[in-house]
Design a protein. Structure first.
Length: 419
């Protein structure tokens, strides 16, 4: 087995590996966090602690999923709020965890309703032994508009509450951002200017996953009714990566804890390359258990070996410079698809998708059940390659558009779907 050093420093705190539980149902008590530490997670973000004045009263049922064909669920809807245990119990759990696992990172997530709450909660979790604080400005299903994502869309409130936390604690502070906003950068900048040390992103996306066609309400159904609430899982990964890229564009070298659809080591590597230093996971744990960290660590070590990298920090943000504005992309050439007819199973998916959804460039011989491509019509979009169930369509001839000059920097542009 390949062994690589997965340790990394984030805001002055040393993590033995970048994988953390995110603030959520997966880190809700001492027993859960203890098991996560023993399974090999590098850190935990204890489920968000609120003030005594806020009474948590949850609904039942509270989850829903989004399926596609025969896959495991790709999206997950969660109506749960912050930690339902009493404040004293949560603080006691944090203290006990730090006493038993002094070398493991514990991040306390907090959420208040006013400056006094934020300052007091920051002080309390510091006294309990937390290593870092995460301010939850982003939960989309709070029953109080003074808490959660309504705060995270307001730069002034974000800054005010960061300053309050800094009055209560000198610990490194991570501000957790909401994706329920057009541009995350102004709120993130306000947090950093107010004294935050890093940003975590993203929290869940406001959603309705399914409508019950008979009862005519959203899922899950609580006494005939439902509500909009947070969406997570593999399906939100593209949104999370987009926000992280924009944060790194808007605030260069910003320390980020990446969240949103991390399920495999490949997902983890993508977040790191986009600029995340640590990684937080919830939905994949709810689906497969804490054990997934073993595969994610092993895969990431193999990737480091392939890349000739000894330190995980050397990978952070390597993709940022290659993700550029649309107007800056090279539009001088196009790449035709190439068909491996020996591997083709004659299903006709490429023909149907090209005719009904692209440029009618593929013909299909009903006798041989083989496709051909008309280069006069083909625009090089490669929808055909993406729908091929056996990956028998790859990259073919690269041609410059009429009247253009130049040379693609990549002789064979890589696309994982062509493998």
């Amino acid at each position: 087995m390949i062994k690589k050093d997965l340790s990394i420093d984030f805001c002055g705190v040393h993590f033995e590996n970048p994988f953390c539980l995110s603030s959520s149902p997966v880190g809700n008590c001492y027993e859960m966090c203890k098991k996560a530490y023993e399974t090999g997670w590098g850190g935990i973000v204890f489920k968000t602690i609120g003030p005594k004045s806020f009474v948590v009263d949850e609904v039942s049922p509270r989850f829903d999923i989004l399926n596609k064909e025969s896959t495991d669920f790709v999206g997950f809807k969660n109506m749960e709020q912050i930690a339902e245990h009493p404040l004293e119990e949560n603080l006691a759990d944090i203290k006990r965890l730090k006493e038993e696992f002094p070398d493991q990172v514990l991040i306390a997530s907090i959420m208040g309703t006013n400056e006094q709450d934020w300052e007091e909660l920051a002080r309390l979790v510091t006294e309990a032994g937390a290593d870092m604080i995460e301010t939850n400005f982003s939960c989309p299903q709070m029953t109080s508009h003074a808490m959660g994502s309504d705060v995270g869309t307001n730069p002034e409130l974000c800054a005010k509450y960061v300053r309050a936390c800094k009055r209560g604690s000198s610990l490194p502070l991570i501000a957790k951002m909401t994706p329920n906003i057009t541009d995350m950068v102004p709120c993130a900048k306000a947090c950093m200017e107010a004294g935050a040390d890093a940003i975590s992103a993203i929290n869940t996306i406001k959603s309705i996953t399914d409508i019950d066609l008979e009862r005519k309400t959203a899922m899950p159904i609580i006494n005939g009714k439902s509500s909009i609430s947070g969406y997570s899982g593999k399906a939100v990964k593209p949104v999370a990566l987009r926000f992280i890229q924009q944060l790194r564009d808007g605030i260069p070298d910003l320390p980020i804890s990446g969240i949103g659809g991390i399920e495999t080591w490949e997902d983890a590597a993508e977040f790191i390359l986009c600029g995340a230093t640590t990684l937080q996971v919830t939905t994949a744990i709810m689906q497969y258990g804490y054990r997934i960290v073993e595969d994610m660590k092993n895969g990431l070590m193999h990737y480091m070996e392939e890349q000739g990298v000894d330190h995980l920090s050397d990978l952070v943000g390597l993709a940022n410079k290659n993700i550029i504005p649309a107007e800056a992309l090279d539009r001088d050439y196009k790449v035709y698809p190439e068909f491996n007819l020996d591997a083709c199973i004659g299903c006709g998916r490429c023909y149907v998708s090209c005719f009904d959804g692209a440029h009618q460039a593929i013909s299909f011989d009903s006798e041989t059940r083989k496709p051909t491509c008309d280069h006069e019509k083909c625009v090089g979009c490669h929808l055909c390659a993406l729908v091929c169930p056996v990956h028998s369509i790859g990259m073919g001839k690269i041609v410059l558009k009429e009247g253009r000059s130049g040379q693609p920097s990549d002789k064979h542009p890589f696309n994982k779907h062509w493998l």
